[in-house]
Every structure is written in C-alpha cells, then in structure tokens.
Ligand binder design. Structure first.
Ligand SMILES: NC(=O)c1ccc[n+]([C@@H]2O[C@H](COP(=O)([O-])OP(=O)(O)OC[C@H]3O[C@@H](n4cnc5c(N)ncnc54)[C@H](OP(=O)(O)O)[C@@H]3O)[C@@H](O)[C@H]2O)c1
Length: 280
C-alpha cells in the first residue's frame, strides 16, 4: 500500500499518479454492464480495490458473472445504483446514452466517470442535470490483467484512490488532449495487428508459432519498458543508439524508412483525430 506522501504531481496541467492512498472508501455504481465495465471492474479488483460495486441490472448474464467473479451487487434498477453510490461509471454504447440516462434523478453528490467514447463533456452535462463532477476516462482492455495508463479529463485528485488501483492516472489538461489519448488507445490495438504481421513473417522464416509469438510480443514489451524508464530521452535517439551504421537492425530500418512505413500510421491517427474534433 502506498501512502499520502505520493499524492499526484501536477506539472503544466498533467498529472501522473500511481499511489493508492488511505482515503475513505469510494462506492462505485455502474450503468452499462458490458465488456468495458467487466474489464474496468476486473482492473480495480486486481489492483486491490475492495469497495462496493453496484451494477445496473441490464445484461443479466454479464451482471451475474461480475457479481460472482468480482464480488459486485446487482441493483434492482439504474435508479437504485444512483441511490447506493456516489461515483458512477457510465459505460453504455454512445448511441444508447440518451435512453439509458433519461428519467434518472441525479444529485450533486454524484461524480460521473464516462467511458463513452466520443461524447464530449458539454453533451454529458446536458444529459446529466444536477450532477457534481463529470470526468472522461479511457483505459484499455488489458487493464484487467496488467496495469495500464488511465487517461482522465478533467483531473480529479479525489478519485485517485479508486483509479490508481488500475494503473497510472494520466490527467489531461483539456478535452483535445483527452481525445488524442483516446486515439492512442485505438493505436494500442493496432499493435496486435502489427505483431501478427511480424510473428507470421518470422514463422515463414523458420520459427515455430509459439516462439514467433512470444519473441514478437516480448520484443515489443521490452523496448516499451526500457524507453519508459528513460523519460528524458527521445525515442529516435534510443533507436539511433542501437541501429548504428552497418548493423542488421539499421539495414532493416533504412528499408522501412525508404518505404515511408510511417505514412499510413500518421494518416490513420489524423483520420481519428479529425472525427473527434468538436463539430466534426
Ligand atoms: N470495449 C472496449 O474496449 C471499450 C474501450 C473504451 C471505451 N469503451 C466504451 O465503453 C462503452 C461500452 O462499450 P462496451 O464495449 O462495453 O459495450 P457493450 O459490451 O455492448 O456494453 C454496453 C452495456 O450497456 C448496456 N445497456 C444498453 N442500454 C442500456 C440501458 N438503457 N441502461 C442500462 N444499460 C444499458 C448493454 O446491455 P444489453 O447488452 O442488454 O443491451 C450492455 O451490457 C462504449 O461507450 C464504448 O465507447 C469500450
């Protein structure tokens, strides 16, 4: 258990926190008990969160699985979720948000965590009259088994005891930055497809499938972990220090650069960023 001494450090509006402090336990309510809620709750329990989790009853299969697996309570209605919890995770699909949130009695004591991709804070304010705080979060599905970053906007020091159970909270200074973090989450899934290409080519050139998969994934995780440990050093500088003139690594990298390997990745990011621009 980490302590209050590790409270979040704010630097130009960006906070990174990994602490689990001894604040009063937060009870969590969930409206939208599907895939996202399952891995979010799994991540909380993995990280030691032992507060009450109250689930909306819709999707009885997922709700009863979560109740058994992660010690959650299935409420009789969404309104009962609001009655029993102060922090409410909203994780219905964006197209169902209006229907799911209408006719509920929100109160100033409610703090909202919205995982509903692409619904801006101003729209949420209109859907949630009378609530206290509204925050956007966007962690990846792997948080159920491994710590991961939790993009958060706006910052919420009072939610750190809850969110830091899952991983490092990356508090973003504005909604544009939050949207860019959401694109980063999308790109993290593209890495599976890139890894599949790498592994299948390694198989074609002599590796057994299990070895190709393990080597490929470890050789993605290893450099990522190494570079995270060197926050002041540019990624290109790390690469240049390894892929020096005359090495096999440099030969392959020169070929990729000559083929403009970065172009489709830049284009995919630009497309998503554009679609998330206000008014797009
Ligand atoms: N899955 C991801 O990896 C991921 C990642 C980041 C963000 N998100 C966000 O998380 C949200 C949920 O995505 P998901 O993949 O978890 O979808 P999902 O598996 O379909 O879960 C949505 C849940 O909401 C329930 N629901 C629908 N209408 C409702 C209502 N009126 N009241 C209460 N519950 C209602 C659904 O129940 P029924 O099945 O009975 O309709 C379902 O259990 C989306 O907004 C998405 O943008 C998802």
């Amino acid at each position: 258990m980490r302590s209050f001494a590790d409270l979040p450090e704010y630097d130009d509006g960006v906070a990174v926190s990994t602490q689990i402090s001894r604040a009063p336990m937060i009870n969590l309510g969930v409206i939208g008990t599907g895939q996202f809620a399952s891995y979010f709750i799994g991540g909380l329990r993995r990280g030691g969160y032992d507060g009450e989790v109250l689930l909306a009853p819709r999707n009885a299969d997922v709700a009863s699985t979560l109740a058994c697996k992660h010690d959650c309570v299935v409420a009789a209605s969404a309104q009962e979720v609001l009655a029993g919890a102060d922090v409410i995770l909203l994780s219905v699909r964006p197209e169902y948000a209006e229907a799911a949130l209408a006719n509920l009695s929100w109160e100033g004591r409610h703090t909202i965590l919205s995982a509903m991709a692409g619904i801006p804070i101003d729209d949420l304010r209109a859907l949630l009259p009378g609530v206290g705080g509204i925050h956007l979060i966007m962690p990846g599905s792997y948080i159920e088994t491994a710590p991961g970053p939790i993009p958060l906007y706006p910052p919420a020091p009072e939610l750190m005891p809850l969110l830091s159970c899952i991983g490092d909270v990356i508090a973003l200074p504005n909604e544009g930055a939050f949207n860019a973090a959401m694109v980063s989450l999308c790109a993290s899934t593209w890495i599976y497809d890139l890894a599949d290409v790498l592994a299948s080519e390694l198989e074609r050139h002599g590796l057994e499938p299990d070895a190709a998969r393990a080597l490929t994934l470890s050789n993605i995780a290893g450099p990522a972990s190494f570079a995270l440990g060197l926050p002041g050093r540019s990624l290109l500088d790390i690469s240049a220090g390894i892929a020096t003139e005359g090495t096999f690594t440099r030969t392959g990298l020169d070929h990729l650069k000559a083929c403009c390997f970065d172009a489709p990745w830049r284009e995919a990011i630009a497309r998503l960023a554009e679609s998330l621009r206000p008014g797009a």
